[in-house]
Design a binder for this molecule. Structure first.
Ligand SMILES: [Zn+2]
Length: 221
């Protein structure tokens, strides 16, 4: 049985078609791991998706190159918020991080802001989450968070409240993760667990592959 016509007309991707979705991750690879399939699908279906990476620690040139390749695979625009050299988020005072994210939000006027959730185990991911929470005062965009991200997944509490079918983009997500060779292949990390996670998330809601989102705020019209 097909979906009713009204569902097509009000689909998640139709909601953001011709509008900007701003995804903010602490580091290169975080967005690909947490929400890569979703971003790729929104971009494919007409959204202008900006992947904003707050900082690049370590080998700046290599990780920037990997992030560019990954964003291209997902059909998204890459921005490095702390550009120009290796930096760590903890080097910023919290008001400076808020200002950095505010600048991106003011410039892009997104229809949705997608970022790390509050239960992340990486403390710098939580700092980005908190700064994005503050950015909600700048406009009435949707605010969503994604599953905690880490190179070697472990159990962390997260309750998805919305699920997005990423079956059409699971391969793009996997390729985008693999583009971060310095973080995965060269450290001997098996990427298949990320496909498994998307499969498990999908099976919970009757889809082959899905990503889960927690909805902080959604403006309905
Ligand atoms: Zn990270």
């Amino acid at each position: 049985m097909g979906k009713p016509e009204a569902l097509f007309a009000r689909s998640f991707s139709a909601r953001y078609a011709a509008r900007t979705v701003l995804a903010i991750g602490a580091h290169p690879d975080d967005l690909e791991l947490g929400v890569g399939g979703t971003l790729a699908r929104l971009a494919r279906e007409g959204a202008h998706v900006v992947m904003a990476v707050a900082s690049i620690p370590g080998d700046f040139a290599t990780r920037r190159r990997e992030a560019e390749a990954a964003a291209a695979l997902l059909g998204c625009e890459l921005r490095i918020l702390l550009d120009g050299g290796a930096r760590r988020i903890e080097d910023l005072k919290s008001y400076e991080l808020v200002a950095l994210i505010d600048r991106a939000v003011r410039e892009l006027s997104p229809a949705a802001l997608v970022t790390h959730c509050a239960s992340e185990v990486h403390r710098d991911h939580v700092l980005v989450h908190n700064a994005c929470l503050s950015a909600q005062r700048l406009g009435h965009f949707d605010f969503m968070t994604f599953q905690p991200t880490m190179c070697r997944p472990m159990p962390v509490p997260f309750q998805a409240r919305a699920y997005f079918d990423v079956t059409p983009t699971i391969d793009a997500k996997m390729q985008a993760i693999a583009a971060h060779a310095s973080q995965f292949a060269s450290r001997g990390i098996d990427l298949e667990i990320f496909r498994d996670l998307a499969r498990l998330t999908g099976r919970l809601v009757g889809l082959p592959y899905a990503e889960g989102l927690d909805i902080g705020r959604m403006v309905l019209d």
